[in-house]
Design a protein around this ligand. Structure first.
Ligand code: ZN
Ligand code: ZN
Length: 361
């Protein structure tokens, strides 16, 4: 945590900020260790304060030993007082997490207390998120564990999937297995999208019963000690149609090509194209309407993004998904998704559930 704070202080200097108010829950946890659901970090070059209300004061003291805990009430009177005490004039806030209403309350409180000199709030974007993109060894261990829980659940549940079962039943079996093997929560609601439902990339799990010949897209992830996994496999109930074989083989080839071609130094755009190129060549460019992947960690979707217009640079230690898909309205879809860490310049897969074998279930 100390190292993370040092890096943040460097970023503040670069952004010419005297202080940063951190309110995004994942950022708060990343920098302080505090997992409570309410509170603000106020960080300057030589101070780290965690402001929270009476419900969390004791917990904050235990979980965030590098922070001074400040008990606050419902109004914002504490903010100008603290910023004045810390000598912070230009203070950043996380624009993506602060509502217009909250911003107005903060600004009003600063204005009311302006006698001590000008205090200004500066909207910022992605400062802590940028630090979070590169994982340290401790984070990697948790991500590997979360990935293993999801992989094991799929390998254990998938062989018994058959016609007549509902999407919801299958989702529940997967959830049960993950929870019994250490998941503290699901990373997101499990997607089981059978038959035509598979054409909707974010369909959840319904009461639809699986039919013979259905493609079934299963997208799942576990949360372990705050860190998430995210993995998709597609299976097909027999009889397996030629369409499924063709679409599946195209997506698999695109996915494996990306795994073997992506390297450190590429932009998110270049990484995306390694897979998109093959899907376009197969005539399905219009059926792959989302990005190739996204960073993952304390949040399921975080930096860097692997997509058509992403200029993010991939470097060692980033953890991201590689998830090409083809979606055909009325028929269904195929998506294959793995989580990888860039290790010595190359992707190393963290999710390991069976792939090829399940395509002909
Ligand atoms: Zn997913
Ligand atoms: Zn994903």
């Amino acid at each position: 945590m100390k190292e993370r704070l040092e890096k943040l202080k460097h970023e503040l200097q670069e952004a010419r900020l005297d202080a940063l108010i951190v309110s995004t829950p994942e950022n708060r946890r990343y920098l302080s260790g505090f997992v409570g659901t309410a509170g603000y970090l106020v960080i300057t070059a030589d101070a780290a304060v965690l402001a929270t209300d009476f419900r969390y004061v004791e917990q904050a003291g235990h979980q965030a030993p590098h922070f001074r805990v400040l008990r606050i009430g419902a109004d914002w009177a504490w903010l100008p007082k603290l910023l004045t005490e810390l000598g912070a004039q230009r203070t950043g806030l996380e624009a993506q997490n602060v509502t217009v209403a909250t911003y107005k309350q903060m600004a009003d409180a600063l204005k009311e207390a302006h006698s001590e000199g000008p205090l200004t709030l500066v909207p910022t974007q992605g400062i802590v998120e940028g630090l979070r993109a590169v994982k340290d060894p401790q984070e990697l261990a948790l991500l590997e564990r979360a990935a293993r829980i999801a992989s094991d659940a799929f390998d254990s549940v998938a062989p018994a999937i058959g016609p007549g079962q509902t999407e919801r039943e299958i989702a529940w079996r997967l959830e049960l297995h993950m929870r019994e093997h250490g998941a503290e929560a699901m990373a997101f609601d499990i997607i089981v999208a059978s038959g035509p439902n598979g054409a909707l990339p974010h369909h959840r799990a319904s009461d639809r019963a699986l039919q013979p010949g259905d493609p079934v897209v299963i997208d799942m992830g576990a949360r372990f000690d705050g860190y998430n996994s995210d993995m998709t496999r597609t299976i097909c109930l027999p009889p397996v149609s030629d369409t499924f074989k063709r679409v599946y083989d195209t997506v698999l080839a695109a996915q494996l090509t990306a795994v073997h071609t992506i390297q450190a130094g590429m932009t998110g755009h270049q990484a995306d194209y390694t897979a998109r190129y093959l899907i376009q060549k197969a005539g399905h460019g219009d059926n792959f309407g989302h990005s190739l992947g996204h960073g993952i960690g304390l949040a399921v979707h975080e930096a860097p993004r692997l997509g058509i217009d992403s200029q993010a640079r991939l470097e060692d230690g980033v953890v991201f998904t590689i998830e090409p898909g083809i979606y055909i309205t009325g028929w269904g879809g195929v998506r294959i998704e793995d989580m990888a860490v860039l290790d010595k310049g190359r992707p190393r897969l963290l999710t390991t559930a069976r792939k090829q074998e399940t395509s002909r279930a």
